[in-house]
Design a protein around this ligand. Structure first.
Ligand code: FHN
Length: 431
């Protein structure tokens, strides 16, 4: 071989070697992503020992409670009223198809029976039960997916060394390798022991953006244990290699009212956006800023129109019950989904950009125009519809509507209909 050919062979080898570290999802994983997109609506649950204080999941940090004092909360955590069956039934009743629950939040307390740390609900509380196992079993029984939220950030573990400066990708104090191993061991437990687990939802990366999180190893491990598990990371950045979906916090994809999404360029993966039912993630006894059913339905519809799932959060009470303000609201949302779910589940969005009057979802040969805001004109306009529209009707009762298709789009006349107070859905059939 000449020198030149040897060099080309070497370069090709390097390219191939590089490709091995680049994630290629399996067929099962791709199917799981499709299924994830079809589900559209999920329940987010932030529940931990912090809920005793009724001041959100950041209470240890915001109230500057020393870790050793905070840890005492475990002695009082005894959610006798927790009933996994009730929680799953509640989610299903609301029209939700999956549950994402905090297995370990930033306070470092494990809400599952881990063997990797005694600071967990089975060993450290008088409850001595594993609610996540009960939930996983119930999810499996009732046919609903379970995803685990998992915090990368830990405010208490000495090996994490919270607040320690980072040098060469590691905190200067603590034992970074031990911390990474601890997380891998816990994730192995969560994936191998708990039935119905279909997703891992990471958070806390943003606390240390200059550390080596070993995400390639962590994601690789998850996909090795179960290639169909979908992995997402709320790092507030563009998607990274090894991830299966992209998430947005308290903003629809493309918006950035919170500041979290400044670097979250929308990628090609399935999308999800999460939001709180009031203003808090964890139980907050003083938070009465409940969103109305209309606001929640609009969030869900707006997310679907932008091709994203909607993950709606509740913070259950320390006794294990879900407060009535949440169950009442979500029962009404569930009724709406029973009537109109066909225009949301299994649909895709971004077929037409969001319009001032609302958004469009589509499935097979049908477009669903969701009119969320009354237009100024007697019609709505759907730009760039190339397929021939054969019929336009009100989804609620099937009554036909007048329409005009032009090269620049479709005009649907809605001046003679009584608009729905929440969402006037118009079905457009293409041939
Ligand atoms: O700090 C957390 C917060 O407590 C909550 O878990 C949310 C959920 O998206 N994520 C973090 C902030 O980005």
């Amino acid at each position: 071989m000449t020198k030149k050919l040897t060099l080309i062979a070497f370069l090709l080898y390097c390219l191939n070697a590089g490709a091995q570290t680049t994630y290629t999802p399996t067929a099962d994983n791709l199917a799981a992503r499709e299924n994830f997109q079809d589900m559209k609506f999920g329940l987010f649950i932030h529940w931990g020992i912090y809920s005793i204080l009724g001041d959100g999941e950041w209470v240890m940090h915001t109230e500057k409670i020393p870790y050793n004092s905070y840890k005492r909360l475990a002695d009082f955590f005894n959610p006798q009223a927790f009933d996994a069956k009730e929680w799953v039934a509640f989610a299903k009743r609301a029209g939700m198809k999956y549950i994402t629950i905090t297995s370990r939040h930033h306070d470092g307390f494990s809400m599952f029976g881990t063997k990797m740390s005694p600071y967990n609900i089975v060993d450290a509380t008088p409850y001595h039960r594993d609610p996540l196992m009960e939930l996983a079993q119930e999810c499996q029984k009732q046919g609903i997916e379970l995803h685990f939220y998992y915090s990368l950030l830990d405010w208490g573990r000495p090996d994490y060394a919270f607040g320690s400066p980072i040098v060469n990708g590691k905190p200067t104090q603590g034992d970074w390798d031990s911390y990474i191993k601890f997380m891998k061991d816990q994730l192995t437990e969560l994936i191998t022991k708990y039935p119905a687990v279909k997703g891992i939802w990471f958070d806390g990366y943003w606390e240390r953006t200059d550390v080596n999180w070993h995400l390639d190893e962590i994601y690789g491990l998850i996909h090795k244990l179960n290639p169909a598990i979908i992995v997402g990371n709320n790092h507030h950045e563009a998607v990274k290699d090894g991830e299966d979906f992209q998430m947005f916090e308290k903003d629809l994809p493309g918006n950035n009212t919170t500041g979290f999404s400044a670097k979250s360029k929308i990628g090609a993966l399935p999308l999800e956006t999460c939001e709180t039912i009031n203003g808090s993630w964890g139980f907050n006894i003083n938070d009465r800023s409940y969103k109305s059913t209309k606001q929640i339905i609009h969030y869900l519809v707006n997310a679907a129109g932008r091709n994203a799932n909607f993950l709606l959060n509740i913070g259950p009470m320390p006794n294990g019950k879900i407060q009535p303000e949440f169950t009442d609201t979500l029962a009404i949302v569930g009724n709406w989904m029973q009537k109109n779910g066909e225009t949301i589940y299994g649909t895709r969005g971004n077929f037409i950009a969001p319009q001032p009057w609302g958004v469009v979802t589509y499935k097979n040969k049908t477009l669903y125009a969701h009119v969320l805001n009354k237009p100024q004109q007697p019609y709505i306009f759907l730009p760039d519809v190339k397929a021939k529209i054969t019929k336009v009707a009100l989804f609620a009762d099937g009554s036909s509507l007048k329409f005009k298709q032009q090269p620049e789009g479709v005009f649907v006349y809605i001046n003679n209909i009584k608009p729905d107070a929440v969402d006037t859905i118009i079905e457009l059939t293409t041939n």
